[in-house]
Design a protein around this ligand. Sequence first.
Ligand code: DOR
Length: 432
Amino acid sequence: MAERTAFIGARVVDPASGRDEVANVLVEGGAVAAVGPDASLRGASLVDCHGLVLAPGLVDLHAHLREPGREDAETVETASRAAAAGGFTAVAAMANTDPVADTPAVVEEVRSLASRAALCDVFPVGAITKGLAGEEMAAIGEMAAIGVRLFSDDGRCVPTARVLRNALQYAKAFDAVIAEHCEDPSLAEGGQMHEGIHSYTLGLTGKPAESEEIVVFRDLALARLTGGRLHLQHLSAGGSVELLRRARAAGVRVTAEVTPHHLVFVDEDLVTYDTNFKVNPPLRTPEDREALRAALADGTIDAVATDHAPHAVEDKEAEFDQAPPGTIGLETALAAVLTHLVEPGLIPLPRAIEALSTAPARILGASGHGGPIEPGRPANLVVFDPRAEWVVEPPFVSRSRNSAFLGKSLRGKVIHTVLRGEPVVGDGKPRR
Ligand code: DOR
């Protein structure tokens, strides 16, 4: 990028500073140099952004990068390119790799892969328990000492209250966050989809909403008991939202996320046995979806997180009960939220940006991301066209193509993603 670049005429939406106005943003030496309707453009190369939105780069609290271990499905490099194409400047990389990220060595391996090739900042998540086995605590202290902030056994729930209590208690010493995949294994085992009328008619084993709610209840109680910081991952059930709302009102230190696919799809979408709708936790009822949307709107749920879960074609094309759960999401998250929540007026655009950027950056401790867009701050930015319509179809930037949004028409297209002043995506395409 030229020494000085000015993005001119965009609607600048920056929840961290409260700014929402048409303005110019001047970037120089990797940082924001000026912002405002009258920011000086002298000597800068101009990027016309009239009709576009400029916001802090998106931040994903929940992505599966699959490296090390399943490089056939995704790598740190390909996931980071998909992230950048989707407007993300930072992603949290889940620990369920092979080997599991339960030691500083695996965390450092992911970091070094990212430093060589990534088009966004990658924040490795540490496992809560060794090998995700739910028994012995992982090296949380050692991983926290090298800067890991979020710990999760995602893909699996921490099965016993005792282990989760110890983790919450221990993580407190490092101000680390324990992020939980809430699903009682004894109740969810063998389940293929949400348990209800559609699982009965499709002849698929169900997982009741209670398999999530029971763990949400347990974990909120343990967060209250320990004073530790709890983050609830990919909430799917209205009952969980009610428990969360009450706990927040009572002052429990808890945050929560919801995925775009749980905000858009429901259990009935599985009638075609399309394995791209097989996700964990499962898509639930329209009432659950309404509750999730309302909770995102009023801030009970802090963040939208993708749960980007790439799987190789041959794995996803298996029989429904053999196919692994998961949908990719980095390239569609922003457009899904714009199309299904902002356009119909369910949430205002600044709240959407807060949920996709400012709030997750705060939870992750990703300083320099999520705004504010102010002089001296790193220029981590996204520019998108909120009206551009496109159909989700291959090729994807991700190495995998198991998208629940396949064939769907969405509105909202990323035009530029800027990482510390560098244009990593330009005119909608990753630059390298
Ligand atoms: O759908 C999912 N896929 N949910 C998870 O919790 C794990 C993830 C994966 O790793 O594939």
